[in-house]
Design a protein around this ligand. Sequence first.
Ligand SMILES: Cc1cc2nc3c(=O)[nH]c(=O)nc-3n(C[C@H](O)[C@H](O)[C@H](O)COP(=O)(O)OP(=O)(O)OC[C@H]3O[C@@H](n4cnc5c(N)ncnc54)[C@H](O)[C@@H]3O)c2cc1C
Length: 321
Amino acid sequence: MPEVLVLVDHDGEHVNKSTYELLAVARRLGDPGAVVVGTPGTATRLMESLARYGATSVHAAESKDAAEFLVTPAVDALELAVRDTSPAAVLVSATTDGREVAARLAARLGAGLLIDAVDLDSSGVVTQIVFGGSYTVRSQVTHGIPVITVRPGAFEPEEHPGEAVERTITLPVVDPATSARVTDRRTAPAGDRPGLTEATVVVSGGRGVGGADGFELVEQLADALGGAVGASRAAVDAGYYPHRFQVGQTGKTVSPQLYIALGISGAIQHLAGMQTSKTIVAVNKDPEAPILDLADYGVVGDLFAVAPQLTREVAARRAVG
Ligand SMILES: Cc1cc2nc3c(=O)[nH]c(=O)nc-3n(C[C@H](O)[C@H](O)[C@H](O)COP(=O)(O)OP(=O)(O)OC[C@H]3O[C@@H](n4cnc5c(N)ncnc54)[C@H](O)[C@@H]3O)c2cc1C
């Protein structure tokens, strides 16, 4: 079986869920090879988790520089691993960094790049949802090794325990003149909620929420469900909620089991970021709101009346269950 390289997203201690999703889909094409880029010792810490989710090899690309430069060490590591293994494909999460890594890698390799895959079959045919969700297309790379970015949440992680072989990639010294250096790090206040792209439930608020205070309702429903909070661009532009929570074409792409939209009209740019959610619930006072066409369950009503009832009902059922 050919290897399928997966770039590992991690925080130095833990592997992100999106990587387990990539490992699951990589098995459709070959043997998953996890590429870990980090400071010395990182791959050893992550080895057991990666092997549990199906990695048959772990390529350790470690250096002090790996944490000090943006993107370049990951591109270098993948390029070296590709030249070493001639994989069937390279899979990268479609995060902000992942997209840049994949594009640079494809340019360096002269290979075909497919972005934002929501499905991938065993012959390498990728399904993408394009033009803000207007079309579903199936595409295949016809030149070189396919480099594919995969939407977080599009696949389920699957445990597939086995042994992984560790390999070493010797990273070249990064040229500071042509790379962006990290000069400072600040931890964003995380709170107790799951990350937006990792959460199985996302509750998002739009302009209909009416203001920053109204987002308390969104947060309360999210907390009752153990979910993350998202927002439309209109809501973040109006200052109701921080920009990093924006869902959509120019925000985050999410694909949770349950997406609840409160006071969101359903503009095509918003749908582009959430329409692959497994179940969509929308609360909107306008029966003509486009989001109700997409929703599996639509409630036509005032969110200030509906959301608190929903929150109470969920909390009551959780208390019983
Ligand atoms: C290039 C580009 C990129 C963009 N990227 C994004 C993106 O990434 N994400 C994104 O979200 N948008 C994006 N947009 C903006 C997008 O076009 C819409 O303007 C935006 O999504 C609208 O946000 P909204 O649904 O919250 O607001 P609105 O369209 O104003 O809708 C508010 C909704 O709330 C309902 N409502 C009001 N009060 C209540 C109430 N009390 N109870 C229930 N319902 C109520 C209304 O009926 C209405 O349907 C982008 C636009 C462009 C041009």
